[in-house]
Design a binder for this molecule. Structure first.
Ligand SMILES: *[C@@H]1O[C@H](CO)[C@@H](O)[C@H](O)[C@H]1NC(C)=O
Ligand SMILES: *[C@@H]1O[C@H](CO)[C@@H](O)[C@H](O)[C@H]1NC(C)=O
Ligand SMILES: *[C@@H]1O[C@H](CO)[C@@H](O)[C@H](O)[C@H]1NC(C)=O
Ligand SMILES: *[C@@H]1O[C@H](CO)[C@@H](O)[C@H](O)[C@H]1NC(C)=O
Ligand SMILES: *[C@@H]1O[C@H](CO)[C@@H](O)[C@H](O)[C@H]1NC(C)=O
Ligand SMILES: *[C@@H]1O[C@H](CO)[C@@H](O)[C@H](O)[C@H]1NC(C)=O
Ligand SMILES: *[C@@H]1O[C@H](CO)[C@@H](O)[C@H](O)[C@H]1NC(C)=O
Ligand SMILES: *[C@@H]1O[C@H](CO)[C@@H](O)[C@H](O)[C@H]1NC(C)=O
Ligand SMILES: *[C@@H]1O[C@H](CO)[C@@H](O)[C@H](O)[C@H]1NC(C)=O
Ligand SMILES: *[C@@H]1O[C@H](CO)[C@@H](O)[C@H](O)[C@H]1NC(C)=O
Length: 549
């Protein structure tokens, strides 16, 4: 018996080594990117845009599960810059997350090489500039992670796939918008909607009659939920942020800020041009825009069509609830994702996070549980690693909103602490009139419930504990709540943020430190050799302090 165990152990070791070497041999893809300012005029008005290798939007990252992505970013802006990768989980590697709490900015004229891996992931995501208000100037682009060749995909290969980056847009400069926020004011409504960086009918997609296409849609805008529809064509939803979904048919889909999804549609209508329509939802004044869907060989122009998307919250809520995981479909691995029974794991901690708007010193701030995040002079991850005290306060965010009446806002560089391998329920509570969109870096989370009204313990009875979708960005409806379950299995310092960009800029974010006392490379990768230093993490400081490790 003992011998057999030894044999089994040896076999296991062998398999582990095989897996390890297979991982080590995952292909490398190299990207060399230069970031510059350049003139763009997507809404017909010239303005300063952020270009990557001269492109707006930036180049696409096309890769496969487990690929290593080596992205050298040269900052040719006259100011600091960072890119972050929405939805890339950065397993054990928050060093590469590219937000101000994890990385020093790339100084003007310098470069930083990101070492990323699309570890155990598939799906549609995007990258974006994370500092200042750069996102309002572009600098974003699509990420597509394809399944590995022998992993089944739950639909026949489409004839082609197209990236569709949609977003609200201001025709004024990002610096003017930032100045508005810095002076304590709110932003006006956006001026228009862009589709792949272009204004009305600027983008076009050509299809052949009878064929089926995949669209990978991401909302890269600053604040608005966007409704997406294709004139006279239904869409079948197949993926949201890395999860293969039950393939329901929709005539229109809501895409909340920073969410991504994939649809299939078949070009099965009479050959002519059709409109792809994108319009804002839940906004005070509706904006809309169109792109052209062109049947190859047809010269019939697009017919007039006013995309009247639905406008009530119930419609959107019901649609959100209909989005479920296809439990028999493969994910990044051949075993169906449903084999992970998230619904039967005991929750070890419940965290309720309420957004609010307030004033600090006469200026507009946004908060989470009454705390409005302020940036530190040193990335929190580096401060934590080098044990530099006084940069942030651990435990600064309470696990529940302040009781009513005490809901004033204070500014703080607050970090929430949590234990590696705990299983956490997070309830986002929104008592405001606008839709919220929340994102957690480093993770994909199970969206088990959402509703309008107040959350209570009874709300748990309605949770979907079978086939909830796992994604990285979740919406919360006006005066409503959304509940998620998370297995905290990724050590690091992770940004939890509002994807309504002005709210994030003015404090509706914080960092979640997923901690383990054992400093093992099995749990967290070592600090990269090329890590930039800044603030209180200086070269002399860090070489002295690093000896602790
Ligand atoms: C800058 O780019 C060079 C290669 O051109 C690379 O060797 C170096 O590590 C990069 N710098 C950083 C900080 O990543
Ligand atoms: C779920 O995935 C399976 C396996 O790939 C596929 O055959 C089936 O059509 C999918 N079902 C739905 C409802 O999407
Ligand atoms: C920006 O867009 C708004 C709304 O579409 C328009 O009223 C305004 O004139 C535009 N600004 C400039 C500088 O053209
Ligand atoms: C269609 O889009 C492509 C780029 O995607 C562009 O090169 C082409 O000029 C566009 N065609 C028309 C008629 O707008
Ligand atoms: C609509 O306008 C009102 C009043 O200006 C404001 O309080 C509210 O937040 C706005 N709603 C949205 C969705 O922007
Ligand atoms: C789309 O915008 C145009 C111009 O602002 C407006 O005339 C039209 O009514 C809008 N359509 C919808 C469905 O909101
Ligand atoms: C939305 O649904 C709720 C019940 O879930 C109902 O009370 C409310 O009247 C509905 N609102 C609309 C506009 O249909
Ligand atoms: C979960 O909690 C229940 C009741 O507290 C307990 O009986 C059960 O053993 C726990 N399950 C696991 C997997 O820990
Ligand atoms: C970190 O530094 C503080 C003082 O700044 C000290 O009290 C603490 O013991 C240090 N922690 C570790 C793990 O070295
Ligand atoms: C929901 O909670 C708020 C306090 O956060 C309270 O003012 C309101 O009355 C509650 N609404 C209902 C329907 O219980």
């Amino acid at each position: 018996m003992a011998r057999r165990n030894k044999g089994a152990l040896a076999l296991l070791v062998c398999i582990c080594l095989l897996i390890a070497s297979a991982e080590a041999e995952a292909p490398y893809r190299f990207f060399d990117w230069e970031v510059t300012y350049g003139d763009i005029s997507p809404l017909g008005v010239p303005q300063q845009g952020i270009l990557i290798n001269g492109q707006f939007p930036g180049p696409e990252i096309e890769c496969q599960t487990n690929d290593n992505l080596i992205i050298n970013v040269r900052n040719s802006l006259p100011e600091p810059f960072l890119l972050s990768f929405n939805g890339l989980q950065q397993r054990k590697n928050s060093w590469q997350d590219g937000v101000s709490g994890t990385n020093c900015p790339i100084p003007p004229g310098q470069n930083f090489t990101y070492h990323l891996q699309a570890k155990d992931q598939i799906g549609s995501f995007f990258y974006f500039p994370s500092l200042a208000f750069h996102k309002a100037a572009g600098g974003f682009g699509a990420i597509r992670i394809q399944s590995r060749p022998r992993i089944p995909v739950p639909f026949p290969p489409p004839a082609d796939e197209y990236t569709v980056l949609i977003g609200d847009w201001y025709n004024t400069s990002h610096k003017a918008l930032q100045a508005t926020l810095d002076s304590g004011n709110e932003l006006p409504s956006p001026d228009g909607i862009l589709i792949n960086g272009k204004g009305p009918d600027g983008a076009n997609f050509t299809v052949e009659q009878g064929k089926t296409y995949r669209l990978r849609i991401s909302n890269v805008g600053l604040q608005n939920t966007l409704n997406f529809m294709i004139q006279d064509h239904d869409m079948s939803l197949v993926e949201v942020e890395g999860t293969h979904t039950v393939q329901n048919s929709y005539t229109s889909l809501d895409v909340h800020p920073s969410q991504s999804l994939s649809v299939l549609f078949t070009a099965n209508r009479p050959a002519r041009d059709y409109h792809i329509a994108v319009s804002t939802r839940f906004a005070n004044s509706t904006l809309n825009s169109t792109a052209v869907l062109r049947y190859a060989g047809s010269s019939l122009p697009v017919s007039r069509w006013l995309a009247a998307g639905p406008s009530d919250v119930n419609f959107s809520l019901n649609q959100a609830r209909s989005i479920r995981t296809n439990l028999t479909a493969s994910g990044p691995r051949p075993n169906p994702q449903g084999s992970y029974h998230y619904g039967s794991i005991n929750v070890t901690r419940t965290i309720r996070l309420a957004n609010s708007a307030g004033q600090v010193g006469g200026k507009r701030r946004y908060a989470v549980n009454g705390v409005s995040f302020v940036e530190a002079d040193t990335p929190l991850k580096l401060a934590d690693y080098y044990n530099i005290s006084g940069v942030f306060r651990l435990g600064g965010i309470p696990d529940a909103p302040p009781v009513e009446g005490a809901a004033e806002v204070r500014n703080e560089t607050a970090v929430m602490d949590s234990d590696h391998r705990s299983f956490v329920e997070v309830v986002f509570e929104n008592s405001e009139e606008s839709v919220q969109s929340w994102h957690l870096d480093g993770y994909s989370v199970f969206v088990v419930g959402m509703d309008v009204g107040n959350w209570s313990e009874q709300s748990r009875e309605g949770y979907n504990l079978e086939d909830a979708v796992s994604r990285c960005t979740v919406q919360v409806y006006p005066r409503g709540w959304t509940a998620i379950l998370i297995a905290l299995d990724n050590v690091g310092m992770w940004n939890v943020r509002s994807e309504v960009w002005a709210r994030r800029y003015l404090g509706q974010q914080f960092y979640l430190r997923v901690y383990t006392p054992t400093h093992s490379f099995r749990d967290e990768l070592p600090i990269p050799d090329n890590a930039l230093l800044c603030g209180r993490a200086t070269a002399t400081n860090s070489s002295r302090l690093a000896s602790r490790y």
